[in-house]
Design a protein around this ligand. Structure first.
Ligand SMILES: *Cc1c(COP(=O)(O)O)cnc(C)c1O
Length: 493
């Protein structure tokens, strides 16, 4: 069968257009007797009727089981090496109080990357000792909040931050638990990783000296933390090598380099750092083009790669921690959209492309625009016998790049009022959503294990859209002399 001339090589015309490819439609999805797509048994037609469209639909069961599966896979692989494991859910992927509650109940700790994320994790009732705070530019307020609440680890990212944190810890009369983020010179994404000597990025402290004869910035950071040991409790080293990674080699090489730094620290200062964090980045399938490996296999590969380094070391084995975000949240969620305008355009002689517009777009999923990310979709409210047609699913924004699914075969009779289900939108969609074109953001509907569903984040209303618009109700007050910059004082730029 020869495909459509505009179809990418990986996309095949489906033999059964009603089929739900288990690669992306994980176990929460099924079709009922009427052909409707169900999430944990609840038809998406029912969810759309009750909660509106578009909606993010999240399976609590899938979220919990992926969190548990990740933790158990790494425990199983690493415990035989004498290595204790902790898993931090990278909450930036999808953060609501309900979601971090699930992660916490499944035995995961929580990673946050700003004061706002930290505040939500605390509001969810997560034990502060099980929260980590990240960020390359944390403010004194954010660090102060972390110290007051007693978060379990603060991952420092620069020498200036080490100084600031030491001063704040003194002021708070406390000792801050610290990890140093290092850049191990490994970049990984999907199947490949590259090892480089030099780092050209904003995160972390390099393992390589800037000039011959100098200490590497990572070593200088260790020295600074040890110097301030009355205020800083240096727990260990952290690295994060990329995102959407399918193989263990990049993690293995990064780990070897970080473990080597740990050896250097021990021999130079006699300090045995108890913890190593290898970050997140574990990949998921978005379309049939992706071939993720089982998390158990990745954990086993990593253990095999690390076994030699751990056995040959004189030091006690470190605790290892991981920070998956996408792996847990991504496949747990989908977006349900309603079809509006359907249009077929002629692209060249005899070549047509069908555009199916939905009631959302780049405001609820900016990843196609930001990263050229691919997704797939199925007809959600029925099955169709009509032959599939190559389709581009687009949003309703004033932007021609506003694509939801670049290429997918959907039945030829898709029409206004049909529902489309786009799977694997649980991570970095709601988290990155905006109000562009003043579209109210969709709610997040959680489907529970016992057939219940509820909005864990409610849909925005027009009242929400206007809530922070203060207007020009009091122009006199806004231009009184006291609020005007004086002649000597130049206005802030
Ligand atoms: C984003 C991030 C993660 C999570 O990445 P995923 O690709 O979602 O697993 C983990 N750790 C750090 C430091 C991050 O910045």
């Amino acid at each position: 069968m020869s495909g459509h001339p505009l179809a990418p090589a990986w996309l095949h015309e489906p033999t059964d257009p009603a089929a739900l490819d288990p690669l992306v439609f994980t176990s929460q999805y099924s079709r009922d007797g009427s052909g409707r797509v169900c999430v944990d048994g609840i038809p998406v037609t029912e969810l759309a009727a009750r909660f509106g469209s578009p909606s993010y639909v999240l399976s609590e069961r899938t979220f919990r089981s992926r969190a548990r599966a990740f933790r158990e896979a790494f425990e199983r692989a690493l415990h035989p090496l004498g290595v204790d494991v902790a898993v931090y859910y990278a909450s930036k992927a999808l953060l609501t109080t309900a979601v971090v509650g699930w992660a916490s109940e499944e035995g995961l700790n929580v990673d946050t990357a700003s004061g706002g994320e930290l505040a939500v994790a605390l509001a969810a009732g997560v034990d502060p000792a099980r929260i980590a705070l990240h960020g390359n530019n944390k403010s004194a307020d954010e660090l102060g909040l972390a110290l007051r609440e007693g978060v379990g680890r603060i991952v420092v990212d620069s020498l200036a931050e080490i100084e600031l944190l030491a001063r704040l810890a003194h002021e708070h009369g406390t000792r801050a638990p610290v990890m140093i983020r290092v850049t191990p010179g490994i970049h990984a994404s999907t199947h490949e990783f590259i090892a480089t000597a030099h780092e050209d990025q904003k995160f972390g402290l390099s393992l390589n000296p800037a000039r011959e004869g100098e200490d590497a910035p990572a070593l200088a950071a260790v020295a600074a933390c040890l110097d301030a040991s009355d205020a800083l409790d240096l727990r260990g080293l952290h690295c994060h090598i990329g995102s959407q990674i399918f193989a263990a080699e990049g993690f293995g090489q990064a780990a070897e380099r970080v473990l080597a730094l740990r050896e250097t620290v021990a021999s130079r200062w006699g300090a045995v750092l108890p913890e190593i964090d290898l970050g997140g980045g574990h990949g998921v399938a978005y379309t049939a083009a992706d071939e993720p490996r089982d998390v158990g296999a990745i954990a086993a590969d990593l253990a095999a790669l690390l076994a030699g380094a751990l056995e040959s070391s004189e030091l006690p084995a470190p605790h290892l921690s991981f920070e998956p975000g996408r792996f847990i949240a991504g496949p747990s969620g989908c977006t349900v959209y309603t079809v509006g305008t359907v249009k077929t355009v002629t692209v060249g002689p005899g070549v047509e492309r069908r555009y199916v517009s939905v009631d959302g777009g780049m405001s609820d999923n900016p990843r196609p625009v930001l990263y050229d990310a691919d997704y797939t979709a199925v007809l959600g409210n029925r099955v169709s016998e009509v032959a599939p047609v190559l389709t581009r699913v687009v949003g309703k924004h004033c932007e021609s790049g506003d694509v939801v699914v670049k290429d997918v075969y959907l039945p030829g009779d898709v029409a206004a009022g049909d529902l489309l289900v786009v799977p694997v939108t649980g991570a970095y969609c709601w988290a990155l959503s905006s109000n562009y074109n003043w579209l109210p953001r969709p709610g997040i509907v959680a489907v529970g294990p016992d057939g219940w569903s509820r909005e864990i984040v409610r849909r925005e209303s027009v009242t929400d859209l206007l809530a922070r618009d203060t207007g020009i109700a009091d122009p006199v007050h806004a231009t009184t002399a006291s609020t005007r910059p004086s002649a000597e004082e130049p206005p802030n730029r």
